[in-house]
Design a protein around this ligand. Structure first.
Ligand SMILES: C[S@@+](CC[C@H](N)C(=O)[O-])C[C@H]1O[C@@H](n2cnc3c(N)ncnc32)[C@H](O)[C@@H]1O
Length: 271
């Protein structure tokens, strides 16, 4: 098994609290509306699941509990430590530190999943190509790649540079809350969205400033980047209830298969 050394550029835009497993779980405690969809979907596709950017195991752990064999990859050791601590069926879940932009686990899966807008951590077409090529190499014949992400317009509609309240959650230290405000800027040329965030720890008044950069992926752009890696979108939805994807959708759910011919666009040979 080869995993690329986790390189510093992945954290160049670090928002430490975002990559901190305990903070992440507090912040996303209410984010549950995709869980049943992805667990049922995984069960319908097969037994061997690779979740990329799996974080604290929000999806990987329930999948393992439901009897699927899950390999979960994430770049953040802190997130993975949280995930490992939740697992009661260790034989069904393995948590690996690695970079989804280039990985080689030397095996194939029925399903590769990239959920919860994690694709937005691919900050360039080159990042996306390397990740999707790695995905292709890890799919069984007939395997499925599935991903979901927030619709770009939902994210960029508030990218006007104004400071706003963003979210709050109980302080993992035990007392009070963490109150987060931020401002966003969007560069349509690079499709990079920059969030400057102030984390205020109410208990002692401390404020931590952080920056997070993510990339927006309109549906057509994503389809075309996936096609370059011989991944073909066969179903798309505008929500986890399988509603049709429209310009008004807040979520994009994409289900992809290997293109029938497996023919690439000529820029790369399969490894
Ligand atoms: C929005 S969270 C999603 C976590 C989890 N999939 C969920 O649904 O809760 C994004 C995750 O992507 C991870 N991540 C960011 N860049 C990555 C990379 N280059 N390779 C692997 N994981 C990465 C972060 O550490 C974080 O855990």
């Amino acid at each position: 098994m080869r995993l690329e050394a986790v390189d510093e550029t992945a954290f160049a835009h670090v928002d430490n609290r975002y990559y901190d497993g305990i903070h992440y779980d507090r912040r996303y405690a209410g984010y549950t509306w995709d869980t049943e969809f992805w667990c049922s979907f995984a069960e319908s596709v097969g037994r061997d699941v690779l979740e990329l950017a799996a974080g604290t195991g929000r999806l990987s752990v329930p999948m393992a509990v439901r009897g699927l064999d899950v390999v979960a990859l994430d770049i953040s050791p802190s997130m993975l430590a949280r995930a490992r601590a939740k697992v009661t069926t260790p034989q069904r879940a393995r948590f690996l530190t690695g970079d989804m932009r280039d990985f080689d686990l030397d095996r194939q899966f029925d399903l590769v999943l990239l959920a919860c807008s994690s694709v937005c951590h691919l900050l360039s077409d080159d990042d996306a190509k390397r990740c999707f090529d790695s995905v292709r190499r890890h799919l069984q014949a007939g395997g499925t790649f599935a991903l979901d992400l927030a619709a770009p317009q939902r994210e960029t509609s508030t990218a006007d540079g104004s400071w706003r309240p963003r979210f709050r959650y109980p302080d993992p230290a035990g007392t009070g809350e963490v109150v987060v405000s931020g401002r966003r800027r969007y560069d349509p040329t690079t499709r990079l969205l920059t969030d400057e965030l102030d984390y205020e720890f109410v208990a002692d008044g401390r404020v931590e400033r952080a920056t997070r950069v993510s990339r927006m992926y309109p549906f057509e752009e994503l389809v075309s980047l996936l096609e370059r890696s011989a991944l073909h979108v066969v179903e798309s939805y505008g929500g986890f209830d399988r509603q049709p994807l429209t310009v008004a959708s807040e979520v994009q759910v994409l289900i992809c298969s290997l293109t029938p011919s497996g023919v690439l666009d000529g820029t790369e040979s399969p490894r």
